[in-house]
Design a protein around this ligand. Sequence first.
Ligand code: 13P
Length: 247
Amino acid sequence: SGKFFVGGNWKCNGTKDSIAKLVSDLNSATLEADVDVVVSPPFVYIDQVKSSLTDRIDISGQNSWVGKGGAFTGEISVEQLKDLGCKWVILGHSERRHVIGEKDEFIGKKAAYALSEGLGVIACIGEKLEEREAGKTFDVCFAQLKAFADAVPSWDNIVVAYEPVWAIGTGKVASPQQAQEVHVAVRGWLKKNVSEEVASKTRIIYGGSVNGGNSAELAKEEDIDGFLVGGASLKGPEFATIVNSVT
Ligand code: 13P
């Protein structure tokens, strides 16, 4: 449903030099035309990336402040991301939830504010290993989805990223069947709780140890509409392979 969407989340990685190399590799890569491609550099390098990267690729922030900027030491506002040319922001990433401690309601408010200012939101959800093992995968994902749904007035500019925490940075990718099963459930939840139209239009992308070797198999699944890529997005040619795994 919708155009294939591939995001590269560079997380807290890179230097001016390594990012210049990555941008140059992305600029010379051949990318399938019918794919939305987004990269998310660390805030401090967004300006460098924006001024050197091809316009073919959009830029995302990795987080944003919950409201208008001001006296919030260490935060980055939505207005600032827009000023730097960002079109998207990643919100609710598992590292923000589980390492930094952000809560559902706060993340929902961030999403509502970013959308109200015209940024697209990559809304991340996903269960931890112990939650999966306890049979709570759907409960956890639905609760995280509900927090977004309760806060946002529209789903027009939201991409949902299903990123099981046990698959992030572990090399332990979800099987195509495991990912597809959750994507179907997420779509079902949207249909029941938001609308049939939103369920069919919203892109649901998968993240967690996606690489150039496993993306094609995952992309074959009916409800996998793209990827959010961490480690493998730091290598231009491999990221291009993932983008081009659209079927
Ligand atoms: P990895 O691809 O490194 O597992 O990270 C996934 C992720 O968290 C993307 O947001």
